[in-house]
Design a protein around this ligand. Structure first.
Ligand SMILES: Nc1ncnc2c1ncn2[C@@H]1O[C@H](COP(=O)(O)OP(=O)(O)OP(=O)(O)O)[C@@H](O)[C@H]1O
Ligand SMILES: [Mg+2]
Length: 263
């Protein structure tokens, strides 16, 4: 039932430095299972491979080794990936680059329906309006361009766009990191509401460990392309085993208060 699995994923990039090409192992033998309705956190310092792994999980990037399975079936052919992209959607780190600057919001939201040809053209507009309302935006937003929206509104539009195909899994990559703190809280509240209402599974990638603790039931800690620690969020955050996780947690200004408040 809509379980998404990354199985022993490896990704290497060839990088040129000073005229010489060398191999960079961005993801090194990482496995991740997302069960139906589950919220899994993915944390680790910048460059540890979180985005690369998630891009592989929806087929934007191809793995050097390992495989993705969905519903117990390996995702291999182009048709498999097309099917997967209806069920698994990615919400980008940067709402500015995620939306085409010259496309009206309504058209941007209708586009996935046209691509997958799943809703009669006459019904698309109504579906776009319904989705805008679901993410807390007024129907008028459909006529606007991305630069006529605030950052928070843009990230709501991104969520709406990801939800147009009624996916089962959302991969959220730093979706609130570019926003003001008060707007972050609103977008996160919306995410939680949508997750519960639609029974979504989430992969939640974030630098903000406080939010990860609040939102996720399970967490994976990546370090230099590898998962160094994983488990229930309370277990990992209250009793980190790996020195890197300990360092990551110690860097939160009031982590001791956070754990005290949670216990
Ligand atoms: N297309 C690419 N070509 C070469 N190297 C890449 C490419 N994409 C990513 N990398 C490298 O792979 C490593 C992992 O990058 P990735 O973007 O997955 O990290 P991340 O954990 O998402 O970081 P951040 O928290 O900053 O978003 C980095 O060293 C990065 O420079
Ligand atoms: Mg990233």
């Amino acid at each position: 039932m809509s379980t998404l699995v990354a199985n022993r994923i490896v990704k290497t990039f060839n990088v040129k430095r000073g005229g010489k090409t060398s191999e960079l192992r961005a993801v090194n033998d990482v496995s991740l299972t997302v069960a139906p309705g589950e919220i899994v956190g993915l944390v680790g310092e910048s460059g540890c491979g979180k985005t690369t792994l998630s891009r592989i999980m929806i087929g934007i990037e191809t793995a050097t080794a390992g495989e993705i399975t969905y519903d117990g079936r390996p995702v291999k052919s182009r048709a498999d990936w097309r099917d997967l992209r209806r069920s698994v959607q990615y919400v980008f780190q940067d709402p500015f680059t995620a939306l085409c600057p010259t496309m009206r919001i309504g058209d941007a939201l209708a586009e996935p329906l046209a691509i997958h040809n799943i809703c009669p053209p006459a019904e698309r507009k109504a579906r776009v309006i319904r989705m805008l309302e679901m993410v807390g935006l007024h129907a008028d937003v459909a006529r606007r361009l991305p630069n006529q929206l605030s950052g928070g509104q843009r990230q709501r539009v991104n969520l709406a766009r990801a939800l147009m195909l009624e996916p089962k899994v959302l991969i959220c990559d730093e979706i609130v990191s570019g926003l003001d703190v008060s707007v972050q809280a609103q977008v996160l509240a919306l995410l939680i509401e949508l997750q519960e209402r639609l029974g979504l599974s989430l992969v939640f990638i974030s630098h903000d460990l406080r939010v990860v603790r609040y939102l996720c039931s399970r967490v994976l800690v990546m370090y230099m392309g590898e998962v160094v620690e994983q488990g229930a969020v309370e277990a990992v955050f209250d009793n980190p085993q790996h020195t890197y996780t300990q360092a990551l947690l110690a860097a939160i200004p009031d982590h001791s208060r956070l754990t005290a408040a949670a216990s």
